[in-house]
Structure formats: structure tokens, C-alpha cells
Ligand binder design. Structure first.
Ligand SMILES: *Cc1c(COP(=O)(O)O)cnc(C)c1O
Length: 358
């Protein structure tokens, strides 16, 4: 929420936050400010410490999540910045089905003796709470990628705080429109802005949001030193994408809901996973890896590509990646449902699936 308008709805915030004041002859949009330095005497001083275009994006996403936002070069730059809050030898609790980049980063830090980690089934609230007892940081993805499990964030956050641990939620899949982790007890929200927030598969960017001013100061200080800052054009495009976030998420979710009903009836599919909200659906092919590899070659509209959250529908067999946990079925295909016409999407996907029925 913005300070001067505390009761605006998310759709209004997405459209109006991070704009210049209404002054005659001034632009409606925050311009792309290309500069590495500023005239001395103010607060900005140097390009690594701040940029008006980043600041506009940060104002908008901060308002949507209910905290203060910092933007980064990528989602992974934001992830590594947050994991760096853990002291030497501290323990991180994380879902066994987290984003593979996050799992690889945890494994890398652990192999160098920097942290320890415990990977958990986030649907088992009691077991996760028990794992939190000696934790320094508890990491959530909910829904998880690509298993689409959902955690009881509020209950686990309480256990984590009892242990004095930071509670972090990677909110990339849900977006602040479907889930606001800071209101559920999280200290920090992480985003791969690359996905739904930017929303057009043309930008790499990340973000961190917190409502804790001290934590914000620590994180800002680290970003100043590490230089993990976004490009100015990227921040502009991400803010432009954010303007339609509510429409895109609404449409993707409506399309996903329709597709899930039909996918559940299809004989080529043994399992459909959908948490009941959002635009990501995972299906498991009855014909396992071979059927999944065939499916992704047989469509005209659905694009075989990694990543998610764009306007266009994409899908991928996740186990084609060596780093994907072996608890994910070989035949699992993750669908990122786009904003196209749902009947066109179904005709394309359904007829490809029909060829896989034996
Ligand atoms: C893609 C993704 C990331 C990493 O973000 P990049 O922008 O690719 O660096 C982190 N978490 C989740 C859930 C993601 O989907």
C-alpha cells in the first residue's frame, strides 16, 4: 500500500504505483534513466547505489507485497543475497522440491562448509516445525516447483520465529495477487521478476521485499557492495509488465482451471497437480518419460521451453534437467498456462495428448 492511499486495491496499485507526480508536460511513465553517476551533493551519488527507474519498480512491487522492495539482476541474485544472511555454519530448512537453482545454491554453500541444510516435505507441517528448532533461516516455496505442494506458512513461520530463524518465501509462483507472505508471518519475500511480474519472457530480474527497516538496511548495504543490480531497461520493462499483472494472472488462472478439468479426464494422463490457484499445472503422463518427450514435440501453440509466467503458454518435462530431484516423476510435464484463448490452447494440447493414448 502506498502511504498517501492506504486502501487501494491491488489492481489499482499495479496500475498507479511508481509513477511520477501529475505535473503539466511531465511524462506519465517513469522514464528510463541511463546514467552511471549523479551530480554530487544528493543521496544517490553513484549508479550502483540507486536509479530512478529501479526505484519506480521497487515502489510498485513494495506496495503490492506490503513492504520495501530492492531489485536485483536476477531471481538467483536475490536468492543468494538472502541466503547470505545466514551466519557461518547456520542451518537452512527448505522444501525438497524447491526451484533447482535454489537447491543447487544450497548444495554449493553446504559443500563449501558455509551452511548446513535440511530439505523437507513442506506439506508435513509437524515435521517442518521440528526441523525449524535449530534453524537460522526457513525457506518456503509454496506452491513448490514443480510438485505444486502447498505449505501452512503461518503455522511454520511461528515455529521458525520461536527458533529465532528468518522466514523467507519465494513468492514467484503465487505473485502478491494470490498470496502476500508478509501478512502470513514471513520476514522476507523473494521474487524471480523474470516470471509473472515482468510477464513477457523478455527480462531477467529479481526482487526482495521486507517490512523490517533494519533488514532492509542490511540488504541494501549488501546490494551496494555486491553490485547485483538490475539493468535500467529491465526495470522499465518489468514495471511495464507489472501494470497488467492482475489481468494476466486472472486470465492464466481461469485458463488453468478450465484445462485442469479436461486434463483430469484424459486417459494419457495419470495425475494432474494443481493447487487450486495460479497458472501453473503439472501433469504426469501415463507413458512416462517417452510420452512426455513426445508430447512437447507435438503442439503448435504450446512452446517447449523452460521458465514460466509469460503471456504465452509453455511447457517442459522437468526431469530433462539433471539437477531436478529424483522424487519428481520422469513423466511430469509442467505447464505454464498463458493468456491465449482457452479453446485454442485445449485443441492444441488435447489433440497432442490424444496421439499418446495406447
Ligand atoms: C526462475 C525462478 C527463480 C530464479 O530466478 P531467475 O530470474 O531465473 O534468476 C527462483 N525461484 C523460482 C520459484 C523460480 O521459478
Amino acid at each position: 500500500m502506498t502511504e498517501d492511499s492506504p486502501d487501494l486495491q491491488p489492481a489499482t496499485i499495479a496500475v498507479t504505483a511508481g509513477r511520477p507526480p501529475h505535473v503539466s508536460d511531465e511524462p506519465l511513465n517513469t522514464p528510463i534513466t541511463m546514467t552511471s553517476t549523479y551530480v554530487a551533493g544528493g543521496d544517490r551519488e553513484y549508479g550502483r547505489y540507486g536509479n530512478p527507474t529501479w526505484a519506480a519498480f521497487e515502489e510498485a512491487l513494495g506496495a503490492l507485497e506490503g513492504g520495501r522492495c530492492l531489485s536485483y539482476a536476477s531471481g538467483m541474485a536475490a536468492v543468494s543475497t538472502v541466503l547470505d544472511l545466514v551466519g557461518q555454519g547456520g542451518k537452512v530448512v527448505a522444501p525438497q522440491h524447491s526451484y533447482t537453482g535454489t537447491l543447487l545454491q544450497l548444495a554449493d554453500l553446504e559443500s563449501r562448509g558455509r551452511i548446513t541444510s535440511e530439505l523437507v516435505d513442506i506439506t508435513d507441517t509437524a515435521a517442518v516445525a521440528a526441523a525449524c528448532v535449530d534453524a537460522a533461516l526457513v525457506w518456503f516455496e509454496s506452491p513448490t516447483n514443480p510438485a505444486l505442494e502447498v505449505a501452512d506458512i503461518a503455522a511454520i513461520a511461528e515455529a521458525a520465529h520461536d527458533a529465532g530463524a528468518y522466514v523467507v518465501v519465494d513468492n514467484t509462483f503465487a505473485t502478491p495477487l494470490l498470496q502476500q507472505p508478509l501478512t502470513m508471518g514471513a520476514d522476507i519475500v523473494v521474487h524471480s521478476v523474470t516470471k509473472y511480474l515482468a510477464g513477457h519472457s523478455d527480462v531477467l530480474m529479481g526482487a526482495i521485499v521486507t517490512a523490517d527497516d533494519e533488514l532492509y538496511g542490511v540488504l541494501k548495504g549488501r546490494r551496494d557492495l555486491l553490485g547485483s543490480t538490475p539493468g535500467t531497461l529491465e526495470a522499465y520493462l518489468a514495471l511495464r509488465g507489472l501494470r497488467t499483472l492482475h489481468l494476466r494472472v486472472e486470465r492464466a488462472q481461469a485458463n488453468a482451471t478450465t484445462l485442469v478439468e479436461r486434463l483430469r479426464e484424459h486417459p494419457a494422463i495419470s495425475e494432474v497437480r494443481y493447487p487450486g490457484f495460479g497458472g501453473i499445472v503439472s501433469i504426469v503422463l501415463a507413458g512416462e518419460a517417452l510420452a512426455a518427450d513426445l508430447l512437447v514435440q507435438k503442439t503448435r501453440l504450446w512452446v517447449h521451453a523452460t521458465s514460466l509466467g509469460g503471456v504465452e503458454s509453455t511447457f517442459e518435462r522437468r526431469r530433462r534437467w539433471k539437477a531436478e530431484p529424483t522424487t519428481i516423476p520422469e513423466g511430469l510435464v509442467r505447464l505454464s498456462v498463458g493468456i491465449e484463448d482457452v479453446e485454442d490452447l485445449w485443441r492444441d494440447l488435447g489433440s497432442a495428448l490424444d496421439t499418446l493414448v495406447v
